[in-house]
Design a protein around this ligand. Structure first.
Ligand code: AMP
Ligand code: ZN
Length: 466
């Protein structure tokens, strides 16, 4: 079965067919760098990471762009409150964002464009929209005229009859809800609340609206039609709706083939908010002694379209699931028996591996996929005594490839010896059996020279790459 995704545009699960075979242009709305990312933001970034890793696992070449929103209503407001320049202020949170995603082992994007680096491209699009009558200038800015784009509302599935009634007004704020559907700001002329944040433009000094930023950056770096565009569900309206309107009026082409949105994270069953005291950044959780690995596991293993209720118990459960995986990998590496693979275990391995892959192909159903992994683990323990090296090597190789997808398997626990190293390891075992300790020691030295430390344990010898 091919990969399928739930497309917010059609509200259906669709087969994934990129514009160009084998190649995926992926755009994900990045952080607004006015504060530290909270664990809700991180849930969305981790879902996008899992998506990208799965596409890579399936052999796609992915070009991934994630923008940094470093100029908008919030960044300007906060930098002024702190008495800092916009660039000094946002630099702190850009760095914090990069630190956090590194801690959580998020694969880096190919490009991290900052909005302030793309002002000329934004101006060019706005000028074109003005020329074509899709935008108009007022005393305080340039607005997109939504009545000139008949399919406005197609992503958010807005009722067009109510739309017409509400569409008479205009709004300059970056964020608003569906009840306030209106013409939106492409350019905001300078006002004293903007401090010294302003750029020259043909329509007066000012700054871009938030929505035009993503249109300009995605167009510049990925072209006119993207394969996948992601964000959290709060981005769907008005941000993504407005991106579609601007981009499609500018290029005349479909903007995005598949829209994927992550459902919000809640904490202890409630919306995260500072006043409720349930607002967490990654730093808060690390300070409480939680491990990045367990946090990654906890945030990633719920299906991205299901609400994720974050609790400390969830992270404790993640720790114990990880321990189960670690123990299993350790047990796999203790098996020394040669010979044919034990058939029942081999068959179970193949069917669980396939079930894992099929679940992931099915709109990234990670929760089900993890279930298949744990069944594979259970099957191993059931047949542990009959398992041979042939069984364990295929399982280790699979878990090694899974590390690239999941990012929470410990690398060293899935490491496999090369044929030559394995021969030395086995020869040492043989020498010990024959009580030829001088030879056993020499072989241990030989392995050490190759960076492999061998230790004897009550369960038999184990090795570790140094
Ligand atoms: P922002 O920094 O606010 O621009 O958001 C960065 C990303 O986090 C966007 O894709 C948002 O949709 C997403 N996001 C914001 N709040 C949450 C939340 N509580 N749960 C999941 N994703 C969120
Ligand atoms: Zn965006």
């Amino acid at each position: 079965m091919p990969i399928r995704f739930y497309n917010s545009l059609s509200r259906m699960v669709e087969e994934f067919v990129p514009l160009q075979p084998g190649r995926v242009r992926l755009y994900t709305c990045g952080p607004t760098v006015y504060n530290y990312p909270h664990i809700g933001n991180l849930r969305t970034f981790l879902f996008e990471d899992l998506l990208k890793r799965w596409l890579l696992y399936r052999g796609y070449k992915v070009t991934h762009v994630m923008n940094l929103t470093d100029v908008d209503d919030k960044t300007i407001r906060n930098s002024l409150q702190q008495g800092m320049s916009l660039s000094d202020y946002t630099a702190i949170y850009k760095q914090a964002f990069f630190e956090d995603i590194k801690t959580l082992k998020v694969l880096p994007a190919d490009h991290y464009p900052a909005a302030t680096e793309y002002i000329p491209q934004m101006i060019e699009i706005i000028q074109y929209l003005l020329e074509k009558g899709h935008a108009y200038e007022t005393e305080d800015g340039v607005y997109f005229k939504i009545s000139t784009f008949p399919s406005y509302g197609k992503l958010a599935h807005l009722d067009t009859s109510t739309l017409k009634a509400a569409a008479s007004g205009r709004l300059s704020a970056d964020e608003y809800d569906k009840e306030s559907v209106s013409d939106f700001a492409l350019w905001k002329k300078w006002s004293p609340e903007d401090g010294d944040v302003k750029w020259p433009s043909p329509f007066g000094e000012g700054r871009p609206g938030w929505h035009i930023e993503c249109s300009a950056m995605s167009l510049s770096l990925l072209g006119e039609t993207l394969d996948i565009h992601c964000g959290g569900i709060d981005n769907l309206f008005p941000h993504h709706e407005n991106e579609i309107a601007q981009s499609e009026c500018y290029t005349g082409k479909p903007f995005v083939r598949y829209w994927l949105h992550a459902t919000h994270l809640i904490v202890d069953g409630e919306k995260m908010s500072k006043s409720k005291g349930n607002f967490y950044t990654l730093r808060d959780l690390l300070a409480k002694g939680l491990s990045p690995r367990a946090i990654r596991y906890a945030l990633i293993t719920t299906h991205y379209r299901k609400p994720l209720n974050f609790t400390f118990d969830l992270v404790r459960q993640a720790e114990s699931s990880l321990k189960r995986i670690d123990d299993f990998l350790f047990a796999l590496r203790q098996v020394q028996k040669g010979g044919e693979p034990y058939a029942i275990l081999h068959e179970t391995f193949l069917s669980k591996k396939q079930a894992f892959e099929e679940a992931m192909d099915d709109d990234l159903n990670i929760a089900e996929a993890m279930g298949h992994l744990f069944e594979m683990i259970r099957a191993f323990y059931e047949h542990q005594n009959q398992a041979t090296l042939a069984n364990t090597q295929e399982m280790l190789a699979f878990f090694l490839s899974l590390e690239k997808v999941l990012g929470f398997i410990e690398k060293e626990s899935v490491d496999i010896l090369s044929a030559e190293e394995e021969a030395l390891f086995q020869a040492r075992l043989e020498a010990k059996k024959n009580k030829d300790y001088a030879r056993a020691d020499a072989l241990r030295e030989e392995l050490l020279k190759r960076g492999i430390e061998v230790r004897d344990t009550p369960q038999g010898p184990v090795w570790k790459r140094l």
